[in-house]
Design a protein around this ligand. Structure first.
Ligand SMILES: Nc1ncnc2c1ncn2[C@@H]1O[C@H](COP(=O)(O)OP(=O)(O)OP(=O)(O)O)[C@@H](O)[C@H]1O
Ligand SMILES: O=P(O)(O)OC[C@H]1O[C@H](OP(=O)(O)OP(=O)(O)O)[C@H](O)[C@@H]1O
Length: 297
């Protein structure tokens, strides 16, 4: 099939083609019911149930494609958006790809503060953010700064041991890579996570864009909340409802047991253990928690 000729009427949605963000992006698309089949070695996939074409690109290139309006939507790290210096909307924080871009130096080396690296050589894949950070530290412009910033595309952590850098600026999540390379962090340049990004110049159907955003937001909400159901004597409602206020309000239903009601409400997944304990302590019974597979709120 001549894929390119099938793109003209479709919304173009850029997603990472590999790497740390790939699996989670595919999961979000699946949960949003954006159906597609990606053939081996093809970086374009037509959605089968919506007029969307997914364009698989390196995470670092996505801000440029979306920023220039070649693609309408994208998913990538906010670090990549800032590094590319692109002006895009960031409508949804997708809550994965959480890490920090940090200044790192050899653990047993002479540098303890980022100021001590002024005039030295720093290696990074994020040369723009690194330049801006050190220029600010020097109180000058990127053009006039003394610190030398060099680019490498991967395995940045090896640079100090190889003698090509005094310090590096690289992403840290668990810190394992950093520690394995004998490095320690001395400053944070930026905190990042993956975002849905949107072009400011898109000409695609606004209704379709709104639908995609609403579906992805629904997946995010379903991940954040669970559904809690319990029975309670009517006279303790004033004590249990503040524990489960719901997003808007809890649902209270009559049950076939005099003096008792059933209560249901969305609760935050991260707080479910404490909420169930508190309900039990106040006198609620039959407390159950259910997964929400998707929702619109
Ligand atoms: N260790 C990590 N933990 C969480 N998120 C990360 C981590 N490393 C990178 N990311 C996020 O994923 C984005 C892409 O990084 P990744 O290392 O996957 O780059 P890539 O060049 O696309 O893939 P690869 O490293 O396989 O070539 C980063 O810009 C960042 O937002
Ligand atoms: O703190 P950690 O949990 O160890 O994660 C940090 C590492 O993850 C990323 O690299 P990745 O493994 O994706 O490969 P890369 O070096 O080829 O980019 C990043 O560049 C770090 O090297």
């Amino acid at each position: 099939m001549d894929l390119v000729n099938h793109l003209t009427d479709r919304l173009l949605f850029a997603v990472p083609k590999k790497g740390r963000l790939y699996e989670k992006c595919v999961h979000i698309l699946k949960e949003s019911d954006i159906k597609f089949r990606r053939s081996d070695r093809l970086d374009i996939a037509l959605c089968t149930n919506l007029p969307i074409a997914l364009i698989f690109l390196p995470a670092a290139d996505i801000p440029t494609f979306v920023g220039q309006g070649n693609c309408d939507l994208g998913i990538t790290g906010v670090d990549q958006v800032r590094e590319a210096g692109m002006d895009v909307h960031l409508p949804i924080n997708l809550q994965f790809g959480n890490c920090k871009l940090q200044v790192q130096v050899p653990e047993n080396g002479p540098y303890k503060k980022p100021e001590e690296l002024i005039g030295k050589t720093i290696v990074s894949s994020f040369t723009n953010l690194t330049s801006q950070y050190f220029a600010k530290l020097e109180g000058t412009t990127v053009e006039n700064m003394k610190t030398k910033i060099s680019y490498v595309g991967g395995s940045v952590e090896a640079s100090c041991a190889l003698g090509v850098a005094d310090g590096i600026v690289d992403l840290v999540e668990s810190g394992e890579t950093m520690r394995a390379a004998g490095l320690t962090d001395i400053a944070t340049v930026l905190e990042t996570s993956a975002y849905l990004i949107e072009s400011k110049t898109t000409k695609s159907d606004p209704e379709l864009i709104a639908t995609i955003k609403s579906r992805i937001q629904g997946v995010m909400t379903a991940q954040k909340y669970v559904y809690c159901n319990y029975n309670a004597p009517r006279e303790i409602l004033d004590q249990v409802l503040p524990i489960t206020p719901g997003r808007r309000a809890a649902t209270i239903s009559q049950i076939d047991d005099a003096g008792w009601v059933a209560v249901s409400a969305m609760i935050e997944r991260a707080k479910k253990g404490r909420i169930m304990d508190d309900l039990k302590r106040k006198g609620a019974a039959d407390i159950m928690v259910f997964e929400i597979s998707n929702c619109r709120v």
